[in-house]
Write a protein that binds this ligand. Structure first.
Ligand SMILES: Cc1cc2nc3c(=O)[nH]c(=O)nc-3n(C[C@H](O)[C@H](O)[C@H](O)COP(=O)(O)OP(=O)(O)OC[C@H]3O[C@@H](n4cnc5c(N)ncnc54)[C@H](O)[C@@H]3O)c2cc1C
Length: 386
């Protein structure tokens, strides 16, 4: 009987892998040694944005006309996977916001003027970008945002506040969601917003459970005037653009969760081989071997679910269901992996300075930011007709 055609799916070419090795070396040599110091300081050096820009890490899939490299999405996957090796999720979040969350939307729907003024310097790491959607009264419910942009002659006048904005206190500009029309999703627009606009202020930097080196801020807008040419895309079409942009954000969250899970497991296995109890390496107890192989198997399953979503995304096909499933599965899985890997470390797992303690704090963000696990379930329910 015919076996049918053989199916081989290997997303990473030799070029992707060479790129991966470069990013890994950079993360392990230049970033990881500072992971603890930057967490304790509550920030990493601002110069890192320029360093990432010089290495071309912000522009991987962006248009070469604006300083990007125009590469396929598998390079982004390799980059996000290796960024975890910096062992500092604060740096990872900040850099992914810059290259993969706040700027792709400008590349897709911005005018040449907006691309010249905001996108190109952001890809070089000269300007810091933030994506400002969430508000004190509207996180999951994006359609409820209340920050307004009123037309006044050739200007837009922005009033309101934004909450939990990554890169918020350092940002030179925001990709900002504002209400320009009726209540609900049909009255939202996006604008590029320079943070030197008069009336803009950073109310405060939030102290967080994890992601300690990233800057997460509350922003305040008091009669901020920006020119109307800063409107990004069509007026009142912002909700649609935000939802499209969320696909890339959720995909890198899934990739990050899987890579973080993999790294936690590698660390736990190494620790469990060295640490002895009752005259044996703790990893040799059956309960630990079984837990570790269960997690390794689940991580592998989540990885291929995520690669399936990444493949659709790379081919610019609709992947809302697959991306939401990947984010849900990978980010929830990272919680179980973190719990067990910390448990395997015993008392050392509870010592703040250890890698597993940092990872445990950091991965807790994954099922919350960029759309919670509950919201992923709502989206998947709709997609499957429930
Ligand atoms: C460290 C950090 C960084 C962030 N960075 C950014 C950023 O850069 N830019 C930005 O715009 N935002 C950012 N966010 C905001 C983040 O996206 C929101 O916190 C998230 O979307 C959840 O919104 P919320 O906090 O308002 O929770 P809420 O919407 O108040 O939800 C509270 C709880 O209710 C659940 N819930 C809500 N609606 C439903 C429903 N329909 N069915 C079932 N359960 C529901 C939620 O899942 C959650 O468990 C960041 C948040 C954090 C913590």
């Amino acid at each position: 009987m015919s076996q049918g055609p053989a199916v081989a799916f290997e997303p990473f070419s030799e070029d992707h892998q060479a790129f991966r090795r470069t990013v890994r070396e950079f993360c392990e040599k230049e970033l990881a040694p500072h992971a603890r110091e930057w967490d304790e300081a509550g920030e990493f050096p601002k110069d890192l944005f320029r360093r990432f820009g010089e290495l071309g890490l912000f522009g991987i899939r962006h248009d070469p006309a604006w300083g990007g490299s125009g590469l396929d999405y598998w390079y982004v996957v390799a980059y996000a996977e290796e960024l975890v090796r910096s062992r500092n999720a604060g740096v990872g979040t900040a850099m992914l916001v810059q290259g993969e969350m706040a700027t792709p939307i400008i590349g897709e729907i911005g005018t040449d003027e907006q691309k010249r003024e905001f996108l190109a310097p952001a890809l070089r790491g000269e300007k810091i970008a933030a994506l400002a959607i969430s508000e004190p009264g509207a996180g999951s419910d994006v359609a409820a945002i209340a920050t307004t942009a009123r037309k006044d002659g050739g200007d837009l006048v922005v009033n309101g506040s934004k909450m939990w904005i990554s890169n918020g206190s350092r940002a030179d500009f925001l990709t900002l969601a504002v209400r320009t029309g009726e209540p609900g999703f049909g009255g939202i627009s996006l604008v590029t917003f320079p943070t030197d606009a008069r009336g803009f202020s950073v109310s405060r930097k939030l102290e967080k459970v994890g992601n300690l080196s990233s800057d997460t801020a509350v922003l305040y807008f008091d009669d901020c005037r920006i020119p109307r040419r800063y409107l990004l895309g069509e007026e009142n079409q912002g909700f649609y653009h935000i939802m499209t942009g969320f696909q890339g954000e959720r995909l890198v969250a899934a990739v990050t969760a899987i890579s973080a899970s993999q790294l936690m497991l590698e660390d736990a296995i190494r620790y469990g081989q060295e640490r002895k109890a009752f005259g044996r390496p703790v990893v040799s107890f059956q309960v630990w071997r079984h837990k570790l192989v269960e997690h390794l198997s689940r991580v592998e399953a989540a990885r291929w679910l995520t690669y399936r979503a990444a493949d659709l995304f790379n081919r610019k096909e609709v992947a809302v269901k697959e991306v939401s499933m990947a984010k849900l599965v990978a980010c929830d899985l990272a919680q179980d992996v973190a719990y067990d890997c910390m448990q395997l470390h015993g008392g050392m797992g509870y010592v703040v300075e250890t890698d597993i303690a940092r990872a445990w704090r950091d991965v807790r963000l994954l099922p919350i930011a960029g759309g919670t696990s509950e919201i992923m379930k709502e989206i998947i329910s709709k997609a499957v007709g429930l």
